[in-house]
Ligand binder design. Structure first.
Ligand SMILES: [Zn+2]
Length: 383
């Protein structure tokens, strides 16, 4: 008996009971058509009769240019080539590139939401790197480093939370240096990790407030049945909460001293035997500055809108976790079959998502742009 092929395509018709369902056995290949990038399939949902192309709901839907050009342009966006540079070299208008970046960001967000779930991490490093959006001047920050809300169109930060266990980027936020954004970063991180990891950051005060708000427990007192007002619920800090700061003291821009300040959970931190460090997330800052053109220091190619920087950061987030093998995650291959001396050690390359067990392979760039995934009900952050 011939078994119908499972095309791993969901029905795109929102009125169909099979909408966004995978492996339902309702999708058949109907026909093919020629594009500039080769032959593509048309599928049909046998339940509702909807016809759709294999590129529907991917970055490559309804393109006028070959897929190879789109992939080249999007790759150049990840190696710090400016928008005008790409436009000149590839011959594509800047507005078109921005549109592709927006699509890539929406796709990357779906991929992140689908894969980043229940990540088992022991520690999380937090950091922010500054950047200008729209104008190259800033309101002065308050004494504790928190920005005033008016700076919303000037100085912007890229907020990062990072799991050094697997070099995995857990969450990113783009916005001014405010408590609200610190809370967004902590909440997004808490949503993708298992349990309560230890948090480490620099001396920025807003994280502690944000962590206190996110990791807490409500103590409810049972009704006693006696007369009088019942006892009110009490909010207590989560017993497993650990937060430590690495406070840098600088004079004239030079580092004078480093001091560890454990803000809560000193006992658990001691039991776990973890070292307070933010060095890896700070190294990641450098990676971002050499990958995303508007983040390159002293470059004139800053973003004109915060949303555009957001698109680039979200796209980089998925690319970094899934596509790019990380040098420090590679493992030497043991090959005992030959006694011949080997001059170069052979390595098995791994990506952060592979090391964290979130996927079983290194994703290709095309796969990142075309993967169709079950719908995930998360709040959208890219426009
Ligand atoms: Zn259908």
């Amino acid at each position: 008996m011939r078994i119908a092929q499972d095309w791993a395509q969901p029905c795109p018709n929102p009125n169909c009971p099979y909408h966004n369902q995978f492996h339902g056995g309702n999708i058949i290949a109907q026909s093919t058509y020629e594009t500039q990038s080769g032959r593509r399939r048309i599928f049909k949902c046998t339940h509702c009769g909807q016809l759709f192309s294999e590129t529907r709901h991917t970055v490559f839907y309804d393109l006028r240019l070959p897929e190879e050009t789109v992939m080249l342009v999007l790759k150049l966006c990840l190696v710090a080539v400016s928008l005008s540079g790409i436009s000149f070299a590839v011959g594509v208008q800047e507005e078109t590139i921005l549109r592709w970046l927006q699509r890539a960001a929406a796709q990357a967000e779906r991929v992140n939401a689908h894969l980043l779930q229940e990540v088992d991490v022991s520690k999380v490093q937090l950091d922010e790197l500054w950047n200008f959006v729209a104008r190259k001047q800033a309101e002065t920050a308050q004494a504790n480093g928190e920005a005033s809300e008016e700076s919303a169109d000037g100085r912007h930060w890229v907020w990062l939370s990072y799991a050094p266990d697997y070099c995995l980027l857990l969450a990113t936020v783009v916005g001014p240096r405010t408590l609200n954004n610190a809370q967004r970063l902590i909440q997004q991180t808490a949503a993708v990790v298992q349990g309560v990891p230890c948090f480490f950051s620099d001396g920025f005060s807003c994280y502690f407030t944000a962590l206190r708000g996110c990791y807490q427990q409500v103590i409810r007192f049972p009704r006693t049945g006696k007369r009088g007002r019942p006892r009110k619920d009490r909010i207590e800090p989560h017993p497993q909460r650990v937060y430590a700061q690495l406070v840098k003291e600088k004079r004239n821009g030079r580092l004078q001293s480093l001091r560890v300040q454990v803000k809560c959970g000193a006992e658990r931190l001691k039991q776990l035997g973890l070292t307070v460090s933010t060095s890896l997330v700070e190294r990641l800052n450098l990676t971002l500055r050499t990958a995303i053109a508007p983040l390159v220091r002293k470059s004139p190619s800053f973003c004109k809108q915060p949303q555009r920087l957001q698109h680039r950061v979200v796209f980089f987030h998925a690319f970094y976790n899934l596509v790019r093998p990380h040098m420090s995650l590679r493992r030497p291959l043991q090959d005992d079959s030959s006694d011949a001396p080997r001059f170069h050690t052979q390595y098995e390359q791994r990506t952060p998502a592979l090391a964290a067990g979130l996927t079983d392979h290194i994703w290709s760039f095309r796969e990142l742009l075309t993967a169709k995934l079950p719908a995930h009900h998360s709040q959208s952050t890219s426009g």
